[in-house]
Structures are given as structure tokens and as C-alpha cells.
Ligand binder design. Structure first.
Ligand code: NDP
Ligand code: 2IT
Length: 452
């Protein structure tokens, strides 16, 4: 690692003590940027890296709400506006008890690179709250969303910052958030994405992240004359990204054989079908049940509980491809070694940083094709960008139009990762390629705008 990169990282650690998720994300990106930084002495002179690792703004606020029994609760909300060099701040909102400022800084930093890779005019941001939606009634969710928006609305807008969904924030929550925003501001704008189709949403935004993940995988395979046809695939998670990844895998002839949630995973040896996936959509998005219920309904499947610690048996299932789509750090070094042993040839991240640094190193060492989420899951924010364009023009494109654009964007992201990996002498390393391609576009914009 170059001395300069080391100095930037050391100073970051000193100034952000204990922010392990954010520091890990910054280190991962700077390790790649170190491969080309000597070619850009002007970046060092203008302290582009030092600026880039500091969010432009962080808003922290109180989000109080009252449950159905009349009991008051107080949660903490954030919006991390990381970078507006390329466009208005853009990124999702996460409602989960594990949310901290460090987690949102990590996600906002990643989003800045991801949004840059899409080639669209989108800055990077992330927000959310340490609110736990599990087991809460619709009314409780609505009251929380409204309280959250009571503060957030001051900081967002169609040309300023456009939030969307993430873990714990789906179409129901976007509806409540948008309804409150509209009433508070007395205006109907495209300030949130992921809206319902009847009120400003884009066709395919719901499916976009998962579909894009599979298009990315197909592009990786087609380079070596292969396809997804017949591939047995482990998919983790059973939320928005996981379910639509599984759906597109089925459509492209692959066999998704697992899905999971925080309680455990189901194994369907012959692969999920469209019909079985429809049952899961109803379970997860309407009834909000647990994935274990699938094995009660379908005797072909087996349910395995998640272990409290130690090896996760999900990563020991024999498969050709892996699509981790739940959450960060779910796939550690041990899991990676188990996957290699079980014969995996392709790992494509659907979640943001589900593979730890150590796991990625295992894939590098064993020459397993690996795609980082900031490239492979960029389809979600890309269609959010298309939703913003449609809102600005006050029209709605057809599903075919959006799908064509999504596919073209993903293929472009894929190509820029590969091209950049080649340029820096790291042939076929998508992780280095994504970091460098994402960085160079943001850095050039920062420099051109007076290095702010
Ligand atoms: P959802 O809330 O729809 O689903 C999340 C899934 O992950 C659930 O199955 C959940 O299980 C599981 N999960 C969440 N936290 C944990 C945890 N700590 N341990 C184990 N399992 C967990 O979220 P999304 O599908 O939208 O997001 C999944 C990932 O994809 C996240 O990393 C997100 O940042 C990323 N992403 C999302 C995009 C989008 O458009 N939605 C776009 C790009 C990336 P349980 O119900 O038991 O908690
Ligand atoms: O991580 C992500 O890219 C998202 N949660 C989607 C962001 C968006 O603005 O659509």
C-alpha cells in the first residue's frame, strides 16, 4: 500500500474511532485506488481522497412515535449526504435495529461509488433509523414513518436529495413517507423513488435490483462463453433483492435452491419455481411471515436454523453460483472457504458488502469470479434514476423501455469494471475495477468544480 494511502487511512481511523463498518469500506476502496493514485499527482495536491472520505453533511435527529398501546418510543434517525459531486444526493433508507452512524456512513460511501458507476447524474447518500419494524402493525409503521419525515423533509427535495428503500423500507413505507412529505410541503414532486406505479413510480423499480444482479452475472459468464442455464444457485435473504434475484435466475434457466432470513434458510433441491416464488412473495411482502413457513407448506424443502455462532450451513450447500442478498458481512472467510470446497465458481453480491474483506481475499486467491455489490446491485439505484427522469418529464415509460435501459446500464457497469481492472493490471478483478472506475468519475467532477 502506498505511503499516502496509508496516511489517509490512519488519519481516518483517528478521526472516526470505533466506526468499523465505515472504516472497512473506506479501506477496501482505498486499497484499489492505491493502484492508480500515483498516476494522478493532482488528486493528491488537491486532497481529493481526504475530501472524498468525509461526508459533505450528516443530519441526526429524534424520531419519537407512539405504539398501539399508547406507549411512547424514541428512535434515532439519520441522513448521511455523502457526495453531491455528480448530482443530487441519492440513496436508500434503512430501518433496522442494527443501524448506526457508522453503518450509514459505510452505505453512503459505497453508494457514491455505485452511483458513479451507473453513469447517471446521481450523488451518494444513505439514511435510516434504529427502528425495528418486526412485529409492528401497519399503524405503528405509519406513525413512525410520519415522525421520521417530520424532520427529514427539511433536508430533501427533487433537486437536493432523493431517498428510496433499503432493508426494512419497501413500498408500504415509501407510501407513508411520501404521503407525509406531500402534505408537509404541499407539492407533488419526485422526491422519493420506489413510489407506487399509480403515483409517480417507475415500472420495474421493485424488481430492478435483483434483475440487475442477474444481468450482471450473465454478463460475467458470457465473457467466457458460458450462461446461467442449469446453474444451481445459493441465494441468501428473502427480501426485495433476494426474491427478484431468484425470479430472474429462474427466467434465465438457472435454479435458485435456497433463500434465507435471520432465522435460517430453506433448501429446495430441485430449485424454486415461479409458482413457489409467488407463494414466498405473499408470505414475505403481504403476511410478513418467516421463511421457515415455506418448509411447512412444501414438503420438498428442508429448513435449517441459523447457528448462533460458527460455520453457517447455508454456505456448505453444493452449488455453482452464490448470490448473497441479505446484509453486510453475512459471508465471512469460513463461509468463503466452505463455498470453494462445495465447488462454487461465481459469487455475485446482491446486498451491500455481504462478503467480508477476508472472504473476498479467499475468492481472489482461488480465482473465483467475484462481483462487488457496488457494481452488481447498481440496477436498483439506476432505475431510481430513471424514475427521477420520468418524474421530471411527468410521463411514464413502458416496462420494455425501462428494462432495456436497465440492461444497457448494467452491461456498461460490467464493461467499465473490466476495462478499469485491465488498465490497472488486475485482469478480471471486478472489485478493483469497480472501485477505480467509480472513483475516477467522482474525482474528476470534484476537481472540475474547484475540488470541493
Ligand atoms: P429487505 O428488508 O427487503 O430484506 C432484507 C433481507 O435480509 C431479509 O430476508 C432479512 O431477514 C435479511 N436480513 C436483514 N438483516 C439481517 C441480519 N442482520 N442478519 C440476517 N439476515 C438479515 O431488504 P432488501 O432486500 O431491500 O436489501 C437487502 C440488501 O440489498 C441490503 O444489503 C441492501 O442494502 C441491499 N440493496 C438493496 C437495494 C434495494 O433496491 N432494495 C438496492 C441495492 C442494494 P429478516 O426479515 O429475518 O430480518
Ligand atoms: O443500496 C442501494 O443502492 C439502494 N438501497 C437503492 C438506492 C436508491 O436510491 O434506489
Amino acid at each position: 500500500m502506498s505511503g499516502y494511502i496509508k496516511d489517509v487511512l490512519e488519519s481516518l481511523e483517528e478521526r472516526n474511532p470505533g466506526e468499523k463498518e465505515f472504516l472497512a469500506a473506506a479501506k477496501e476502496a482505498l486499497d484499489s485506488i492505491g493502484l492508480i493514485i500515483d498516476d494522478h499527482p493532482d488528486h493528491r495536491k488537491s486532497a481529493i481522497l481526504e475530501r472524498l472520505v468525509e461526508p459533505e453533511r450528516i443530519i441526526t435527529f429524534r424520531a419519537p412515535w407512539v405504539d398501539d398501546d399508547g406507549k411512547p418510543h424514541v428512535n434515532r434517525g439519520w441522513r448521511v449526504q455523502f457526495s453531491s459531486a455528480l448530482g443530487p444526493y441519492k440513496g436508500g433508507l434503512r430501518f433496522h435495529p442494527s443501524v448506526t452512524q457508522s453503518v450509514l456512513k459505510f452505505l453512503g460511501f459505497e453508494q457514491t461509488f455505485k452511483n458513479s458507476l451507473t453513469g447517471l447524474s446521481l450523488g451518494g447518500a444513505k439514511g435510516g433509523a434504529d427502528f425495528d419494524p418486526k412485529g409492528r402493525s401497519d399503524d405503528e409503521i405509519r406513525r413512525f414513518c410520519e415522525s421520521f419525515m417530520d424532520e427529514l423533509h427539511r433536508h430533501i427535495g427533487p433537486d437536493r436529495d432523493i431517498p428510496a428503500g433499503d432493508i426494512g423500507v419497501g413500498s408500504r413505507e415509501i407510501g407513508y413517507l411520501f404521503g407525509r412529505y406531500r402534505r408537509l410541503r404541499n407539492e407533488f414532486t419526485g422526491t422519493l423513488t420506489g413510489k407506487g406505479l399509480a403515483w409517480g413510480g417507475s415500472p420495474l423499480r421493485t424488481e430492478a435490483t435483483g434483475y440487475g444482479v442477474v444481468y450482471f452475472a450473465a454478463a460475467m459468464l458470457s465473457d467466457s462463453g458460458k450462461s446461467l442455464e442449469g446453474m444451481r444457485c445459493i441465494v441468501s435473504g428473502s427480501g426485495n433483492v433476494a426474491v427478484y434475484t431468484a425470479e430472474k435466475l429462474i427466467d434465465m434457466g438457472a435454479r435458485p435452491i435456497t433463500l434465507s432470513d435471520s432465522g435460517g434458510f430453506i433448501f429446495e433441491p430441485d430449485g424454486l419455481t415461479r409458482e413457489k416464488l409467488d407463494w414466498i412473495k405473499e408470505l414475505k411482502f403481504e403476511r410478513r411471515g418467516r421463511i421457515s413457513e415455506y418448509a411447512d407448506e412444501f414438503s420438498s424443502a428442508k429448513y435449517t436454523k441459523a447457528p448462533k455462532e460458527g460455520a453457517n450451513p447455508l454456505w456448505q450447500v453444493e452449488a455453482d453460483g452464490v448470490f448473497p442478498c441479505a446484509t453486510q458481512n453475512e459471508l465471512d472467510e469460513r463461509g468463503a472457504r466452505d463455498l470453494v470446497k462445495a465447488g462454487v465458481k461465481l459469487v455475485v453480491e446482491g446486498a451491500n458488502m455481504p462478503a467480508t474483506h477476508e472472504a473476498v481475499e479467499v475468492f481472489r486467491e482461488k480465482k473465483i469470479a467475484f462481483a462487488p455489490g457496488k457494481a452488481s446491485n447498481a440496477g436498483g439505484v439506476a432505475v431510481s434514476g430513471l424514475e427521477m427522469s420520468q418524474n421530471s418529464m411527468r410521463l411514464t415509460w413502458t416496462e420494455e423501455e425501462v428494462e432495456g435501459r436497465l440492461r444497457a446500464i448494467i452491461e456498461r457497469v460490467h464493461k467499465s469494471c473490466l476495462d478499469m481492472a485491465d488498465v490497472c493490471g488486475q485482469c478480471n478483478d471486478y472489485a478493483h475495477g469497480a472501485n477505480i472506475a467509480g472513483y475516477l468519475r467522482v474525482a474528476a467532477a470534484m476537481k472540475a468544480q474547484g475540488a470541493w
